[in-house]
Design a protein around this ligand. Structure first.
Ligand code: HEM
Length: 136
């Protein structure tokens, strides 16, 4: 029998990532408007939450590839469009944190996750293009 619902792990990942993106995104948008004495805190929170989005997305893709999921309720071109939209959303969930991470490192601010865990940084990668993409 075909499965009717997405597995619990996928539903949990869906909401977790959604909540994190809804927190990370506006934090990134307001960084340039906040007072200088709190700016670094905003950067740290935005970047640390964004990095969780990246790791959860990779786990989520792993779960998706190994799970049985319900058949799409639509067929033909509509199903293809829905598939393409889903793929591009997954892609953005990877590209946004990676571009932010590369940009911040290349500008000489390696991330210390929540101020506790230093994250290895590929400093030699040029940051301008990554930053331009991230803030486009
Ligand atoms: C889901 C993940 C992420 C989303 C959706 C996101 C989104 C954004 C947005 C909307 C902005 C504001 C762009 C603007 O001012 O035009 C921003 C800025 C920024 N983000 Fe992210 N971001 C994410 C993850 C990250 C990560 C992981 C890092 C670094 C480790 C990062 C570093 C930055 C930096 C440094 C800025 C400020 C750029 C500037 O100086 O204007 N972001 N982000």
């Amino acid at each position: 029998m075909l499965t009717q619902r997405y597995p619990g792990a996928m539903r949990a990942m869906h909401w977790l990532v959604a909540v994190l993106v809804l927190a990370t995104w506006p934090l990134g948008m307001v960084i340039k408007f906040v007072r200088d004495d709190v700016k670094l805190g905003f950067y740290l929170l935005h970047e640390s939450l964004g990095l969780i989005v990246l790791w959860l997305t990779l786990v989520r893709i792993g779960i998706r590839l190994t799970s049985e999921v319900p058949k799409s309720p639509v067929d033909g071109a509509l199903a293809m469009i829905a598939h393409a939209v889903h793929l591009s959303l997954y892609l953005m969930l990877i590209v946004m944190p990676v571009s932010g991470f590369l940009a911040t490192n290349a500008h000489g601010f390696p991330l210390v996750w929540f101020g506790i865990v230093p994250v290895w940084s590929p400093r030699q990668i040029t940051g301008d293009r990554a930053l331009a993409f991230h803030t486009a």
